[in-house]
Structures are given as structure tokens and as C-alpha cells.
Design a protein around this ligand. Structure first.
Ligand code: ZN
Length: 368
């Protein structure tokens, strides 16, 4: 007997045994998940079962890192309290997300950098888990945008930030983040680039930081001394394109270097010549998400390029420069014209910030 039932009109697919929604049609995804305030995992209505909502930034991060009680959301600089920064989620799904994902990932990321790298290298499944976790953070962030006003001045009636989104790319991510609920199998090609580096601690407390680009699906998450950068939709093309570059990063990245790396990943991802395409497959009672991946990893060159590296570097690095920085104008110009880079020196050696060796010396003395 078949496990899958397809709704005649909407084309949403449910499990024949227990009625779980396995695969939303695009219209049902928009109606129920994006606009319908249903549980973002199982799709239950808030009136149908107990809800306790899911924090966009997980609780364990809020408790352990220098995250203030409220913070600013871009693009409109609205201040929001952490306690309000949640998306609709039923108690059951929230609990399962905790068990399957948040608890193991939090246990991993609370370890020191070297241990984390050792664990990732010894068991590839950890990369899949981290990829799932980054996809979840990315999805929740943008789902929350459907609740946030686009203009702080409500008289302007500009609607919500999420109103202007094209939800197609997030539709695919939604299928990925529900994998523990639907039991879907992801083929290896579905996983994007994910790299983990040591982050330089530049403030008194270890911090959490998050940056993404919706359309390019590039994400940066910094948790204390660990920074994760991911490209969610490239089937690891960027990892292949930057293999040598990434392998030469052999120290802790400061915030400017993290921004440069973010800009570079976005640049490369937007210049993929022929992109991988993702699709869902229901066959022999198995639900799969797979990818059609071009044989060759190729990037657009010269005038054909869709994104300019130096403009992106300026975009992401300029706002880290203090307004009173001497010679700021020239530095910005150098960035935009390709004369400035921060990850490597002129001999293509990793540029380690001097404060890193000071921190290491202090740590060694503490241990003596
Ligand atoms: Zn649920």
C-alpha cells in the first residue's frame, strides 16, 4: 500500500498512515506557513494543540553569549526584545527540534575550536547536522520578517518586511528544515558549502553574531570563538571554487576578515555559471530531496559576472569602519577598487591579527 496521499486540488502530499504533511504545495506553503501562523514545522493551527513558539535565536545562545535583552533588526533598525523574537511552533515540534538538533549542536559548539574540528572531521554526519541547523536559523529569521513592520512609522502602512520576499528559495529550505519531522532523505548533493573557523574574540565577552543574504542564501553565524559560514544552495560549488583559498586560512578570523569571507562566498555563489537545481521525489514509498548538479563547477568570468567582489567587500566591510577613522574615505575607495584585502597579506599568507598572539600568550600563562 502506498504511503503517500496527494491532495487532488492543492497537490500537498501527506503520509497515508498518520496524516503528517510531508510536502506542502507552494500555495499551501504560502497560505499555511508564511501567512497562516501555523506551526512552522508540522503546520498545526494554534487552536488545535498547545503552542510555546520557537525562539529565532536559540535559547542556549541567548543565555551563554553576549546577546542583549533586545537588539536591532535590519533593514529598518527596529529594536525587538529577544522574548518576542519567536516564530509559531507547537510544543511537540519545539521539543523534538530541541532533542534532534538544538541540544546536540549546542553541545558541539560549546566545545573549543580544535575539538569541534576534530569531531567534524571524524564524522561527516556532523556537517549535515550543522547544515540543517544553519538552514533552520536562516528560515526562522526570514519567516519572522513576515511579522515585522517594513517601516517603523506605522502611518506609512508599508506592510511587513516579508511582504516583498520571493518565497521560492525559502520553500526549498523549508523542506530541508522539516527533515526530522517528515523523515525525508537528502542526497549528498543537497548539502551546500559549510565551513567552520576559529573567531578572534575582540570584545570583553564572547559574542553571538548573525548575518545573511536572503536571495544569495549565504549565512554567517558567530558563536563565541567559532564562526560558521554557509552557502545553502550551491551543492558545495563555492567550497570547490575556493578550495585553496580556504585551506590557507590557518588562524582566528577577526570581524573584518569574517565579512571579507562572507562577501567572497556571496560573490562566488552569485557567479556560478550553471546552478544546481533541487527537487522532491516520491518513489517506492521513499521521499527524497535530490539535486540536478551540472558536471562541471564553473563560474562566470569578466564582464559576464553578475556580482562584483570589490563592491560586495565594500558593502560588508564599510560599516565596520568607525566614522572618525583617519583616512576612511581612501580606505573605502581602496576596498571598492580592489586594493585592500584583509584575510591574506601581499604574499598570500594568512594575516593573523596581532591581538591573537597576545591572547594565546595570556592563555598559556594562565595554564602554567
Ligand atoms: Zn508542530
Amino acid at each position: 500500500m502506498t504511503r503517500f496521499l496527494i491532495h487532488k486540488q492543492t497537490k500537498t502530499i501527506v503520509d497515508a498512515d498518520d496524516g503528517r504533511t510531508l510536502h506542502y504545495s507552494y500555495d499551501d506553503f504560502l497560505d499555511q506557513i508564511v501567512r497562516g501562523h501555523s506551526c512552522f514545522i508540522c503546520g498545526a493551527q494554534p487552536s488545535s494543540k498547545p503552542f510555546n513558539n520557537e525562539h529565532v535565536i536559540p535559547n542556549w545562545i541567548l543565555k551563554s553569549y553576549g546577546t542583549p535583552a533586545s537588539f536591532m533588526i535590519l533593514p529598518n533598525a527596529t529594536t525587538i526584545k529577544n522574548s518576542h523574537y519567536t516564530v509559531p511552533c507547537c510544543q511537540e515540534c519545539n521539543q523534538l527540534l530541541g532533542q534532534e538538533l538544538e541540544i546536540p549542536v549546542s553541545q558541539l559548539l560549546k566545545k573549543d575550536y580544535k575539538t569541534v574540528v576534530g569531531i567534524l572531521q571524524s564524522d561527516e554526519r556532523w556537517y549535515f547536522r550543522l547544515f540543517h541547523w544553519v538552514c533552520l536559523l536562516f528560515f526562522k529569521t526570514h519567516l519572522k520578517d513576515t511579522y515585522l513592520e517594513a517601516e517603523r512609522d506605522r502611518r506609512l502602512a508599508a506592510g511587513k518586511i516579508g511582504d516583498s520576499y520571493c518565497w521560492h528559495p525559502l520553500y526549498h529550505i523549508h523542506n530541508i528544515i522539516r527533515q526530522h519531522h517528515t523523515g525525508v532523505r537528502l542526497t549528498r548533493d543537497v548539502q551546500g558549502t559549510i565551513v567552520v573557523f576559529e573567531a578572534l574574540v575582540e570584545t570583553e565577552t564572547e559574542e553571538f553574531d548573525y548575518l545573511d543574504n536572503l536571495n544569495s542564501q549565504v549565512v554567517m553565524v558567530k558563536i563565541g570563538k567559532i564562526v560558521i559560514l554557509a552557502v545553502l544552495n550551491d551543492s558545495r560549488f563555492c567550497l570547490a571554487g575556493y578550495k585553496t583559498f580556504l585551506s590557507k586560512i590557518n588562524g582566528a578570523l577577526n570581524s573584518v576578515q569574517i565579512r571579507e569571507l562572507f562577501a567572497r562566498l556571496r560573490y562566488l555563489n552569485e557567479n556560478i555559471k550553471r546552478r544546481p537545481k533541487y527537487y522532491s521525489l516520491f518513489k517506492d514509498n521513499i521521499y527524497k530531496i535530490a539535486a540536478r548538479v551540472p558536471n562541471k563547477v564553473e563560474f562566470l568570468q569578466g564582464v559576464k559576472q553578475k556580482a562584483n567582489l570589490f563592491k560586495l567587500m565594500r558593502f560588508y566591510i564599510e560599516d565596520l569602519m568607525p566614522p572618525d577613522l583617519p583616512d576612511r574615505k581612501h580606505l573605502v575607495k581602496d576596498l571598492e577598487e580592489g586594493r585592500a584585502q584583509y584575510i591574506f597579506d601581499e604574499h598570500f599568507n594568512f594575516f593573523q591579527h596581532p591581538s591573537y598572539s597576545q591572547q594565546m600568550t595570556a592563555l598559556e600563562q594562565e595554564l602554567k
